[in-house]
Unconditional design. Structure first.
Length: 492
């Protein structure tokens, strides 16, 4: 017999109770066995349990036992709101959104089947003949939907883990002005096992993006913000993992600035520094304090990030690390990719040096990537400040020497249909434009969804490649990290 989760939608609410009574009396026959059943009602988006039984025995109205009980509990709680409203409506666009939707396919289907204002039955049944139940209930105005019980059980287990994570993070300090307690593992995307002689402390880019534009959204993400949590996972895969072959990679969660707020500050001030000071700065310095006092063990380290994370790294280099020369002296390099290192910044901080080649250490490595369309339009970008500079990530030169795609060791390629990640050739060349201080590439890009394209153009120009700063040059970054680590350790 095949084990199914069955949803029976009833046009007439009273018929749901009639069917439940029938099944309680005849829950087992030669064609099917109903082991669990529940009558549920959806009203104004809220799912309530009206009656239920397990193996024919009546349970209390608060029944939550078995697979059907777990399903009711999830669909009645926050996850049900998430699924019923459409995952995208709460999480926003993310490179990992498709993966989450696919993994929750059956739960989404179950939520969609439960129509507002209607009453339905949820059944757990073993069926030898899938037509038998429908024949038994043919006199009722119903529709029947089946789902594989094993598959939905696996989804429920995954969803319950997500609920547990959310409950745990609710206890953290993000609801107050006090920085989180970074001795708690919930405050880190990754606290690695120490297997290398060098660390990387990686600061995430802005992952609180589309949801930051929702009405009433806070300026800073909470540590349980779904979009930020998913974004951190994707960013580790596409960015921070470039440091993993050569170093132990530490990645904290922080209450980072939302894209909306960072954009507002940039329009007012011409940079995003004010969006980083306060809550985000307090969080990242608390994470650094914990890291150096409890995790680093005197090892050399790389400071790295992307976008907002790189802007924060640059802020830390002129503040936190200036006040901690004992830490700064062990810095192999700072990869502040995707934000501007300006001539004025370097002049104001003479203890900091920009890289001049592929193997110097104690230096800052940075670039901002864009396409020819941005150059032609002389487009503005929130990450591009006057007097900025870039190093070419293929030939590691500071001039306009063209680096063809043949010098590219491999780019990240993401199959949008399968979600599979691989290394391949996308034709990513690189040439510095000294007038703009950027790296220009001729890679062809696929069109983005209209709403995402509109936001991207507003912040990074019509042909911005900000999201590809790492992905286009991924293997070259890996090789360069290894080379700088090797040079540092040889001269230690």
């Amino acid at each position: 017999m095949k084990e199914n989760v069955i949803i029976v939608n009833c046009k007439v609410p009273s018929e749901a109770y009639q069917i439940l009574s029938m099944l309680r009396q005849n829950h087992e026959n030669e064609s099917f066995t109903v082991s669990q059943a529940a009558v549920v009602k959806k009203d104004a988006g809220h799912l309530s349990l009206e009656d239920a039984f397990i193996g024919g025995a009546t349970e209390a109205r608060g029944w939550t036992g078995g697979l059907i009980g777990s399903l009711v509990g999830l669909l009645a709680g926050p996850l049900g709101v998430l699924l019923g409203g459409g995952i995208g409506s709460l999480i926003g666009d993310s490179m990992d959104l498709k993966e989450l939707e696919e993994k929750s396919e059956l739960l989404s289907k179950a939520s969609e089947c439960l129509v507002d204002g209607e009453t339905a039955l949820l059944l757990m049944a073993e069926e030898d003949d899938e037509t038998a139940l429908g024949a038994m209930l043919k006199e009722f105005a119903i529709t029947i939907t089946r789902m594989d019980a094993t598959e939905i059980a696996a989804e429920i287990e995954t969803a319950e883990k997500k609920e547990e994570l959310k409950a745990a993070t609710k206890k953290l300090a993000e609801e107050s002005n006090k920085a989180p307690d970074y001795s708690r593992k919930e405050c880190w995307y990754q606290l690695p096992e120490i297997t290398k002689d060098v660390d990387t402390f990686y600061i995430c880019a802005t992952e609180y993006i589309m949801s930051s534009f929702e009405e009433g959204a806070p300026d800073y993400a909470t540590l349980d913000n779904p979009e930020m949590l998913l974004g951190a996972k994707v960013e580790y895969r596409d960015h921070a993992s470039a440091y993993a072959d050569s170093t132990n990679v530490f990645v904290p969660y922080t209450r980072q600035s939302g894209l909306r707020y960072a954009g507002e500050i940039h329009k007012k001030d011409g940079n995003i520094d004010a969006a980083l000071l306060g809550v985000p700065y307090e969080d990242i310095t608390a994470a650094l304090d914990y890291y150096f006092e409890n995790c680093n063990g005197g090892r050399p380290f790389i400071l790295a990030g992307h976008s907002q994370g790189s802007a924060m790294a640059l802020l830390l280099l002129r503040t936190y690390f200036k006040g901690h020369p004992e830490y700064y002296s062990r810095m192999v390099a700072a990869y502040t990719i995707g934000y501007s290192v300006t001539n004025n910044y370097l002049a104001a901080n003479p203890h900091l040096k920009f890289a001049t080649g592929e193997s110097d250490t104690g230096v800052i490595i940075a670039w901002n990537t864009e396409g020819p369309g941005n150059v032609e339009a002389n487009a503005k970008s929130v990450v591009l400040l006057p007097g900025t500079r870039s190093i070419n990530p293929l030939n590691w030169k500071l001039d306009e020497t063209y680096a063809p795609a043949s010098q590219n060791l491999g780019s990240i390629i993401l199959d949008e249909k399968t979600g599979e990640w691989s290394i391949g050739d996308v034709g990513a060349d690189a040439q510095i434009n000294l007038a703009r201080g950027t790296v220009v590439t001729n890679v062809k890009v696929d069109p983005m969804p209209e709403d995402v394209a509109k936001v991207a153009a507003e912040f990074f120009g019509p042909d911005g490649r900000h999201g590809f700063d790492y992905m286009y040059y991924y293997n070259n970054i890996k090789a360069n990290v290894a080379k700088r680590v090797e040079t540092y350790m040889a001269n230690k």
